[in-house]
Design a protein around this ligand. Structure first.
Ligand code: ADP
Ligand code: AMP
Length: 219
């Protein structure tokens, strides 16, 4: 019997809601959220060699090189909590990463589904510049659209909310450009494999979550 696992690839522009939805899907499915952005930020905070390398790219809104990123994901997916699969948030982000990921998960039945969360480009900028993240647990808020109960504090652990360095408007516009040049081709890639599903990201967080859950069948 093959070891079947469920790998969900969340696609969408920066600010589409991938992280917000991945955290809720993690609770609903028991599959861990694997956010390459979060792993890079963790390394940055702890001043590891990987963190130092990633910083120069992240500050500009550019992508960290594929070889480094792919190796990091291989290590992460070998952890015991990912033994049934994972919710991929922000990876793959290039065609080379998508090919490498396909090879990595082929022994476990391949990618199960690739939902793309679609929002307007101007909404992207509005959402990202208003985003605030918890320093302790990484929970994500928006100052207007999804505010915490107490300003500046996380609802879950009272951690300090901060604005990511790369969430300033100038960097956001570059991230959007990088998205269209390097990541948007993945929409065609997964469409051709019959795995793409479109979800309207302009709906409420709850409605987007319901749409995503209906697409995920645990193996
Ligand atoms: P991504 O991981 O795709 O970059 P996030 O999940 O961090 O996106 O969401 C970006 C911002 O938009 C956050 O401030 C978040 O609170 C807010 N947000 C996410 N989903 C929605 C939604 N459906 N409606 C309104 N705001 C949302
Ligand atoms: P995110 O948290 O997904 O918004 O990612 C923040 C930043 O981390 C990106 O702008 C990139 O610099 C880097 N990053 C995250 N995921 C990847 C990836 N799969 N490939 C390359 N760089 C990445």
């Amino acid at each position: 019997m093959t070891d079947k696992r469920t790998y969900v690839v969340l696609l969408g522009a920066p600010g589409a809601g991938k992280g917000t939805q991945a955290k809720l899907l993690e609770q609903a499915t028991g599959l861990p959220q694997v956010s390459t952005g979060d792993i890079f930020r963790y390394n940055l905070k702890n001043e590891t060699e990987l963190g130092k390398l990633a910083k120069s790219y992240m500050d500009k809104g550019a992508l960290v090189p594929d070889d480094v990123t792919i190796r990091m994901v291989e290590d992460r997916l070998a952890q015991p909590d990912a033994a049934r699969g994972a919710i991929m948030d922000g990876f793959p982000r290039t065609l080379a990463q998508a090919d490498a990921f396909d090879r990595l998960v082929a022994p476990f039945g391949g990618v199960a589904v690739a939902p793309v969360i679609v929002i307007d480009d101007e909404e992207t900028v509005y959402r990202i510049t208003g985003r605030r993240s918890c320093r302790a647990c990484g929970s994500v808020y928006h100052i207007i659209l999804n505010p915490p109960k107490v300003e500046g504090r996380c609802d879950k652990d009272n951690g300090e909310l901060y604005q990511r360095d790369d969430d300033q408007e100038a960097t956001v516009r570059n991230r959007l450009l990088v998205y269209y040049k390097q990541t948007a081709p993945l929409i065609g890639y997964y469409y051709a494999k019959g795995l793409l599903r479109e979800v309207n990201g302009g709906e409420t967080i709850e409605l987007v979550q319901a749409a995503l859950r209906s697409l995920i069948k645990l193996k």
